[in-house]
Design a protein around this ligand. Structure first.
Ligand code: PLP
Length: 261
């Protein structure tokens, strides 16, 4: 049930072409029916053809954005996407500890589909040490799960095993996204007493820019609206599948998914 007075927050990078990052998150928050807010960590110059440049914002302005949002409109659920550098992660973690939002969704963004690094190599350690353990749910795809654990993920059995390893790092739930494997798109939700498999048909679509951002912000919005974790993931899986089904050609490269199909 939509409720535009329920505040949700994304802490992430800006995508100038509007298909991923902050822009995808805010569109998703609106489509699911919440009030979206943003703390911008980095600005990317990108379009459907690639990422051309990234400029990180200072930790001071990130702290100020967090204060401004939390002091006035405390979000019910928060999503963290692109965090870019190690100092930014420390600042975000400090602020999140201070304000302690009920739900924290971490999308461990590392590399764009076009191959551009959105997380500096030296930031990986802080992501693993400080941010992942705080998460209510973390949503890695298989290459990200491999980066986090150092273990190859080539099958659904591997997804379960590596998902459990990430769960042992401290988050309450792990959603392992199997979209990079062959066959149906299978995601696995793992928690202490939770094990769910979500399967959807593989859609042969070219325009998939922003899929990861959209799925994690949909989970964030559903949690904020009061759905439990299994329902939030199930409804978000349906939302992203349909957003991919109705994705469209705009620009010269990989177009966006459709947030308002
Ligand atoms: N740009 C920003 C700012 C992002 O946060 C992300 C996603 O996580 C991307 C680009 C990558 O989008 P995609 O890999 O779907 O093209």
């Amino acid at each position: 049930m939509k409720n535009y007075k329920v505040p949700t927050l994304t802490i992430a990078g800006s995508d100038s072409s509007g298909g991923a990052g902050i822009q995808a998150d805010l569109k998703t928050f609106s489509a699911i029916g919440t009030y979206g807010m943003s703390v911008i960590t980095a600005i990317t110059a990108q379009n459907t053809q690639g990422v051309f440049s990234v400029e990180e914002l200072s930790k001071e302005i990130i702290k100020k954005q967090m204060e401004a949002v939390f002091d006035d409109i405390p979000p019910k659920a928060v999503k963290v996407g692109m965090v870019s550098g190690p100092e930014i992660i420390v600042e975000i973690v400090d602020s999140l500890k201070k304000y302690n939002p009920e739900y924290l969704v971490v999308d461990p963004v590392m590399i764009s589909k076009s191959g551009y690094s959105l997380l500096r190599p030296e930031a990986k350690e802080n992501l693993i040490k400080y941010l992942i353990p705080m998460a209510y749910i973390i949503t890695p795809n298989t290459p990200e799960a491999e980066e986090i654990t150092g273990i190859k993920v080539e099958s659904i059995d591997d997804m379960k095993k590596v998902g459990q390893k990430i769960l042992d790092m401290g988050p309450k739930f792990v959603l392992m996204k199997g979209g990079h494997l062959e066959g149906d798109a299978v995601d696995v939700l793992i928690g202490k007493d939770v094990f769910e498999i979500y399967k959807s048909e593989r859609l042969d679509r070219k325009n998939t820019h922003g899929t990861g951002c959209t799925l994690s912000s949909s989970i964030t919005a559903h949690l904020a609206l009061g759905y439990d974790i299994k329902e939030s993931v199930r409804l978000s899986k349906t939302y992203i599948t349909e957003a991919i089904r109705y994705s469209f050609d705009i620009g010269k490269g990989v177009g966006p998914v459709h947030h308002f199909y």
